[in-house]
Design a protein around this ligand. Structure first.
Ligand SMILES: [Zn+2]
Length: 361
């Protein structure tokens, strides 16, 4: 159309069309360029930087694990053959496997909230698992330091609540938890802390009351002592250590998510330090007792939910297993359990000290 025939309105309309066309073209180019970054041509190696650091899959937020560990200076190597990510650290290796909730963290069998997933060709971990379990254990110096002035020891069960029983029903959990708690208390005496007990005799205390006692004492650490049992399962043996399940995750024994997972519990304020405590407890118990590693697990036990400090619940062994029950019935063995718990508190205190030093630098 000749320019001279155009009315001012037509000029402006054409200009508008050109602007819209340009916007569409740039948007298309921009989209293409962005996509080229994420989807390189087939057959070419995918550059690491092309993977998004975070993705949301089926409502769960995941983080590229290799990128996260590399950022902290660790060597993370993806093994496509075994479908696992191996991370080397001075404290030991970490191994994460595709589609598995079970990981090896510094030599310990550790249960994640969600299985590791393969996204494109990289292994992703649930962001909550990284931030509230794995990284706090690996780098306690990055956690916010907190005091350790009062330690609450909780001997499980008591009174008319016997707890678990040995296969012959002659041994009661409540007797051994109290004995170990007393030994543990003696070992902690003389430290830079005050030690308090939920019970010092054979009495019943409801679970919420135990947490209230810890909160009233302004406990900085809560350690609950238990012994396990399974019905008709004499072959089951070993040591389990529990910390509180973080919000938005399911507990280790839950196959599915539930409404309870979304509730923020008082204990969730302390997930990072609970993970550190759980790690030290599990490590020391296995090292001292040489029992089967049944894992560092997560559960929403009432005492762990309601305490306003880092907390842990240890299931030192199975009373239902005759071999393990015999060991638990031995006073020296219970002394070993108490020593492992005390070593774990010292390990936890050392981790706290690294965090305190890191912030004072
Ligand atoms: Zn128990």
């Amino acid at each position: 159309m000749p320019l001279r025939c155009q009315t001012p309105v037509e000029v402006s309309r054409n200009g508008l069309r050109a602007v819209i066309a340009s916007i569409i073209l740039f948007a298309f180019l921009g989209f293409t360029v962005c996509n080229l970054g994420a989807e390189p041509a087939r057959g070419r190696p995918r550059p690491e930087a092309a993977f998004p650091a975070k993705v949301t899959l089926a409502g769960v937020n995941y983080t590229d694990a290799k990128a996260a560990f590399s950022r902290l200076g660790y060597k993370a190597v993806w093994d496509a053959k075994t479908q696992q990510l191996n991370v080397g650290t001075a404290a030991g290796p970490l191994v994460f496997r595709v589609d598995s909730r079970e990981a090896d963290v510094l030599g310990l069998r550790t249960f994640l909230g969600e299985p590791a997933v393969l996204y494109r060709t990289a292994l992703y971990l649930a962001t909550v698992d990284l931030e509230r379990l794995v990284l706090p254990i690996l780098r306690p110096d990055r956690n916010t330091p907190r005091p350790l002035r009062v330690i609450m020891i909780d001997a499980g069960h008591g009174g008319n609540d016997s707890g678990t029983l040995s296969a012959d029903e002659k041994l009661q959990e409540k007797t051994f938890t109290l004995d170990v708690a007393r030994r543990f208390q003696r070992l902690l005496a003389g430290g830079d802390w005050r030690v308090v007990m939920t019970r010092t005799d054979d009495r019943y205390i409801a679970l919420p009351e135990r947490a209230e006692m810890a909160n009233a004492a302004k406990a900085d650490l809560f350690i609950s002592i238990h012994f396990n049992a399974v019905p008709n399962g004499s072959a089951v043996r070993g040591t389990e250590t529990y910390v509180l399940t973080p919000r938005f995750q399911r507990s280790t024994s839950s196959a599915k998510t539930s409404a309870e997972d979304k509730v923020n519990q008082p204990g969730n304020r302390h997930d990072a330090w609970s993970a550190v405590l759980g790690y030290h407890m599990h490590r020391q118990l296995l090292a001292k007792l040489k029992t089967e590693d049944r894992g560092l697990k997560r559960a929403r036990f009432a005492v762990l939910r309601l305490v306003d400090c880092p907390g842990v619940l240890v299931e030192a062994g199975y009373l239902s297993n005759p071999g393990e029950a015999k060991r638990i019935a031995d006073a020296d063995y219970r002394g070993d359990i108490a020593e492992a718990l005390a070593s774990a508190v010292n390990g936890y205190a050392a981790s706290l000290a690294t965090a305190t030093r890191a912030t004072s630098k």
